[in-house]
Design a protein around this ligand. Structure first.
Ligand SMILES: [Mg+2]
Ligand SMILES: [Zn+2]
Length: 205
């Protein structure tokens, strides 16, 4: 299918695409979550632009460098391309307001749930917010998507199930638009919703 202008899926990285590893930065420690490469291929085939938006406070803390992050992303894309997918753009926040070292210690505009990374992506990609999504495993990812003005999908991988249950325990309304077990289920939901005008969010997949 041809690229459909402006339909963007923004993706959190750790716990959404790959296993949550403590301050992941070495390519050899990258483990994709089951079905994640396939989900990325499905979304690409359906014509979506795929953009990773990730907080990388490990840079701020001095655990690894921007160069490490960029090398990891290049490696990730090599692996995804073997499965027929790819990420079109990677954006990361290297800052932390409290634990940052030197110039990385700052209250920035890019750290999720703020929207600076989405705005950076907009300089390179067209974004039709009404047909775009944020997928992540933390409430902070979902808040970022809402702050920016796109629909949100919480995945149950990483911290997702925990954050969903915590909200339920507190008797709060769901903070996300849709909940999916994993990235593949999230991809199916988005593809169906965007492909079929009669599709209702409450329809089960
Ligand atoms: Mg995450
Ligand atoms: Zn930042």
């Amino acid at each position: 299918m041809a690229e459909r202008a402006g339909r963007v899926v923004f993706l959190d990285r750790d716990g959404t695409i790959n296993e949550e590893v403590h301050y992941l930065h070495r390519p050899e420690d990258l483990r994709f979550l089951p079905g994640a490469p396939e989900a990325i291929r499905m979304l690409k085939e359906a014509g979506f632009t795929l953009i990773v938006i990730t907080n990388q406070a490990g840079v701020a803390r001095g655990y690894y460098t921007c160069r490490d992050v960029e090398a990891l992303h290049a490696y990730m894309n090599e692996q995804l391309q073997k499965e027929g997918g790819r990420i079109d753009g990677f954006y990361y926040c290297p800052h932390h307001p409290v634990y940052g070292i030197g110039s990385y210690k700052t209250v920035c505009h890019c750290r999720k749930p703020d929207i600076g990374m989405f705005e950076m992506a907009e300089r390179n990609f067209s974004v039709d917010k009404a047909h775009s999504y944020m997928i992540g495993d933390k409430e902070l990812d979902i808040q970022a998507g809402h702050n920016y003005g796109v629909q949100s999908v919480l995945v149950g991988t990483g911290y997702g199930a925990e954050h969903k249950e915590a909200a339920e325990r507190q008797g709060r309304e769901p903070f996300y638009d849709y909940y999916a077990e994993d990235l593949k289920a999230a991809a199916r939901y988005i593809i169906l919703k965007e492909g079929d005008p009669a599709f209702r969010p409450e329809d089960k997949i």
